[in-house]
Design a protein around this ligand. Structure first.
Ligand SMILES: Cc1cc2nc3c(=O)[nH]c(=O)nc-3n(C[C@H](O)[C@H](O)[C@H](O)COP(=O)(O)OP(=O)(O)OC[C@H]3O[C@@H](n4cnc5c(N)ncnc54)[C@H](O)[C@@H]3O)c2cc1C
Length: 303
């Protein structure tokens, strides 16, 4: 539903970091490594491979950075949605801990990459509050917090009461909250653009609007077919997403597609911005759209 006359379906991130053209029109016939998909995963893969001295081509189905890497919220958090105790129950203690640790390491990696490549991705800290809708919801959140407090990887989650929440944020009507202090925001468009520039400077060849339509193993490597030509690659890195088509159905089976939309308010007048976002509190209210529907509307509000 379009609710304003100046609605636009494009991402704000694209404006400050426009999607540039690819540096090649057609792919080379043979390479050491083909990377499929040029989101942030593909960009980092291409950078690492090119720096290791191997020839690399990146094949992107759409425009560069048109996937979720430049459409997201720009939140950087040192935890996954699955908690360490849940990961340990599922994968065992060692592997569960390693997976939880990856989220912490990823934040360090991102900050180090910004420093090393000179990317000014507007990294800033913010406080996040997960809001409890009912007493039962609060008890569940607090229980999760207590289990996380016993975990070896510190997520920095702290339970706070409804009164404390109101005092800190002025927000009433919630049963309590989880306060998370160690979150960051950044500009994913600028970051992605910086990594792509580094990958291309290191020698990565990129071809956009060129989906991989079939993949075939041969005795000399893997043959990838695209509308702009075939590429024979010794190794292939699949960096597509959950929506990729037939050639990567095997990967699709291991991923769960979720429908997720971001909508933003109209731009605020400059004078208002500092006042509106002064405290940098992000409030997360995940209410069901209707009881028992299984659908959740997550409202993120910055105060
Ligand atoms: C609305 C939204 C909000 C989000 N908010 C956050 C957040 O705040 N913090 C956070 O950490 N994460 C967030 N995420 C998740 C995050 O954006 C993704 O995990 C991340 O961008 C994935 O990067 P990627 O490179 O794997 O995929 P993508 O950026 O989606 O790139 C995959 C690319 O592969 C290409 N491709 C697909 N099939 C083919 C093919 N056959 N041939 C060639 N190319 C192909 C696609 O065109 C696409 O460009 C959010 C995601 C969404 C959608």
């Amino acid at each position: 539903m379009v609710i304003t006359s100046n609605f636009k379906p494009t991402s704000y991130w694209w404006e400050a970091a426009p999607i540039g053209p690819a540096n090649a029109v057609t792919p080379p016939p043979g390479v050491d490594v083909a990377v499929v998909g040029y989101g942030i995963t593909g960009a980092h893969a291409a950078l690492a491979v090119a720096r290791a001295g191997r020839s690399v081509v990146v094949l992107e189905a759409d425009g560069i950075g048109s996937g979720s890497s430049r459409r997201n919220n720009g939140a950087i958090v040192p935890y996954l949605f699955q908690k360490q105790y849940e990961l340990e129950a599922r994968f065992g203690k060692v592997q569960g801990t390693e997976i939880a640790r990856i989220a912490v390491d990823a934040v360090d990696f991102l900050l180090e990459t910004c420093d090393e490549l000179g990317i000014h991705a507007q990294v800033r800290g913010f406080d996040r509050y997960f809001l409890a809708l009912t007493d039962k919801h609060r008890e569940k959140m607090y229980h999760s917090c207590a289990l996380q407090a016993e975990s070896s990887v510190n997520t920095g989650w702290v339970p706070i009461s409804a009164e404390d929440l109101q005092e800190r944020t002025g927000l009433s009507g919630y049963a309590g909250s989880i306060f998370v202090s160690n979150s960051l925001t950044f500009h994913p468009g600028i970051y992605h653009q910086g990594v792509i520039k580094a990958a291309e400077d290191a020698g990565a060849v990129t071809v956009a609007y060129n989906p991989v339509t079939s993949v075939r193993s041969t005795t000399n490597g893997t043959l990838l077919s695209t509308p702009k030509g075939q590429v024979l690659a010794k190794d292939v890195i699949v960096a597509t997403n959950g929506y990729t088509g037939a050639p990567f159905n095997y990967a699709k089976d291991g991923l769960m597609s979720v429908r997720i939309y971001n909508s933003a308010t109209e731009p605020l007048p400059d004078g208002n911005k500092a006042a509106q976002f002064a405290a940098r509190h992000l409030l997360v209210d995940s209410s069901p759209t209707s009881p028992g529907s299984g659908q959740v509307r997550t409202a993120n509000a910055f105060l």
